[in-house]
Design a protein around this ligand. Structure first.
Ligand code: ADP
Ligand code: MG
Length: 275
């Protein structure tokens, strides 16, 4: 087993919120791309059977022979399951619908909550020298999400700037507390990021005010605006940072990456692009 305290080990972040459609996958893909743009080595784990992160990062179904399912439940050579993407420095473990049965299969497994934790900490992982691992969670607080939280150093929560945005947060916080008790006592909340924010909309402003009042410093300064380029990018199988580099969405995700790095006090490495 790999040394958990090794200083160069990856920082592992679960992107979670049991509500669907709040921007988990969009944030995972684009924050990962923004971190990679900073010169970091980044891995996305697609932990949602819908496989939206895999599609959004350009991994065809035909190329998903080995997936998160095998990573969790089989002894697999990591080289077969970690796939490069078109974005330099950004890799992914893809998912397919197979993963939906994993939730049930895990129930009978003694180590059911620790499978992702153990998979990410095998020594074989060191050769990839990842700086960040972002886990795109399913829209549920099921065993897959618990696996993500047990495996992670922190949880990043996208919050859609919509009515009832904060509803359900207490349940999420409860799950985080349970995971701390179940074996990941140092699990932190990385922060809450407001997504699909519309400055001209009173409701967005109200949600922001509520979130900042209730959650204080946990809320990132950076907010992700509602931006049509962000929603178009996945159908072109790329992060918005590549699809439209100067769009408001791309700029916001770069800002979020810098805020995260500043919070984590990791100096962004020199980007070594040779275009
Ligand atoms: P989740 O993974 O939480 O289910 P998604 O990331 O798939 O949520 O986002 C839900 C929908 O909202 C998708 O169609 C996505 O393209 C769209 N979306 C997400 N963020 C933005 C944004 N900033 N601007 C416009 N559309 C967005
Ligand atoms: Mg999703």
């Amino acid at each position: 087993m790999s040394d958990l305290s090794r200083p160069q080990g990856p920082k592992i972040v679960a992107v979670a919120n049991q509500k669907g459609g709040v921007g988990k996958t969009t944030t995972t893909i684009n924050l990962a791309a923004a971190l990679a743009e900073e010169g970091l080595q980044v891995l996305v784990i697609d932990l949602d059977p819908q496989g939206n992160a895999s599609t959004g990062l350009g991994i065809d179904l035909d190329d998903r022979e080995f997936t998160t399912y095998e990573l969790l439940l089989e002894d697999i050579d990591l080289k077969n399951v970690i796939l490069p993407t078109e974005t330099r420095g950004l890799s992914i473990v893809p998912a397919t619908v197979d993963l939906s049965s994993a939730d049930l299969e895990l129930l009978t497994n003694e180590k059911r909550s620790f499978l992702l934790h153990d998979a990410l900490r095998q020594t074989q992982m060191d050769q990839f020298a990842f700086d960040y691992i972002l886990i795109d969670c399913p829209p549920s607080l099921n065993l897959l999400t618990v696996n993500a939280m047990i495996a992670s150093h922190s949880v990043l929560v996208p919050l859609q700037s919509e009515f009832f945005a904060l509803e359900g947060l207490s349940q999420l916080m409860l799950t985080i507390r349970e995971v701390r008790q179940a074996g990941n006592k140092d699990l932190r909340i990385e922060g809450v990021v407001l997504t699909m924010y519309d400055r001209r909309n009173n409701l967005s402003q109200q949600v922001e005010a509520d979130a900042r009042q209730n959650l204080g410093d946990l809320v990132f300064r950076t907010m992700i605006p509602r931006n049509v380029r962000v929603s178009e990018a996945p159908s072109f199988a790329m992060p918005v940072l590549s699809y439209d580099s100067q769009s408001k969405g791309a700029i916001a995700y770069r800002e979020l990456a810098r805020e995260l790095l500043k919070n984590n006090k990791i100096e962004a490495k020199e980007v070594q692009h040779v275009e």
